[in-house]
Design a protein around this ligand. Sequence first.
Ligand SMILES: NC(=O)c1ccc[n+]([C@@H]2O[C@H](COP(=O)([O-])OP(=O)(O)OC[C@H]3O[C@@H](n4cnc5c(N)ncnc54)[C@H](O)[C@@H]3O)[C@@H](O)[C@H]2O)c1
Length: 256
Amino acid sequence: MEFNGKVVLITGAAGEIGEVTAKLFSELGAKLSLIDLDRGGLRETVTRLGLGEGEYITVPADVSREDEVKNYVRKTVEAFGRIDVFFNNAGIEGKYALIKDNPAENLDRVLNVNLKGVFFGLKHVIPVMMERKSGSIINTSSVAGLGGFPGLSPYVASKHAVIGLTKTAALEYAGTGVRVNAICPAPINTRMMRSVEKGASPDDPQSAQSRFTHMIPMGRYGEPEEVANLVLFLASDLASYINGGVYTVDGGMKAT
Ligand SMILES: NC(=O)c1ccc[n+]([C@@H]2O[C@H](COP(=O)([O-])OP(=O)(O)OC[C@H]3O[C@@H](n4cnc5c(N)ncnc54)[C@H](O)[C@@H]3O)[C@@H](O)[C@H]2O)c1
């Protein structure tokens, strides 16, 4: 795989999965447009990756706001003239609570970021890709998009919705050269799982981690690189006939 001269747009780029994916794309020659709500985090990502001038832009944005999504797409096209790959990845876990105790604001917040954010991204990136009759979009769902997970109902609902959006977008644009796929990671070693573990067992997060690990046949969480490798494959020309698919990267979790 190589991405020389390709333009890769990544949301949630200051997060761990986003940053590692950016790193691998950059090592294979891509130019990066890095989007995140966290301005400082974006600066730190650029420093850690050692990106040079002309190789990247950063656009701080809240993906749940359509005007800000329009703006990050516009800035990317202004800087690089095209978008070849879109990793539609920003997401939040929300508050850990059973449905009966779950505040309405938590539902709104999670759906706004995880569902509307992904929708607005598709809406504004697809026309740019259609102009060149080419593009690959990878939406980040989760194993929580394929089954229930007690305590995370808004997150689970939003990640199921990402799969519905992926399939619909793939069908709507199948004749245009734009491919749209979804990935479903199991628990991955990032800040997000530390937060979920603490939500599930506030006094003993380690016990929650052991419980979650036991649900994974390979007996461990995944690493961000293992997710990034799947994203790169789906983004590449090797995946030219792969469209509307839903791909687990889960140590066998969904095979049970
Ligand atoms: N870590 C896991 O176990 C796991 C498993 C399955 C799926 N996922 C999904 O992978 C994606 C990345 O997660 P991660 O583990 O890297 O988590 P993370 O918290 O490290 O990264 C998420 C990033 O998204 C950004 N973000 C949050 N809200 C935003 C908004 N409104 N606008 C723009 N950016 C925003 C955050 O600032 C953060 O940098 C998420 O969609 C998550 O749901 C993660």
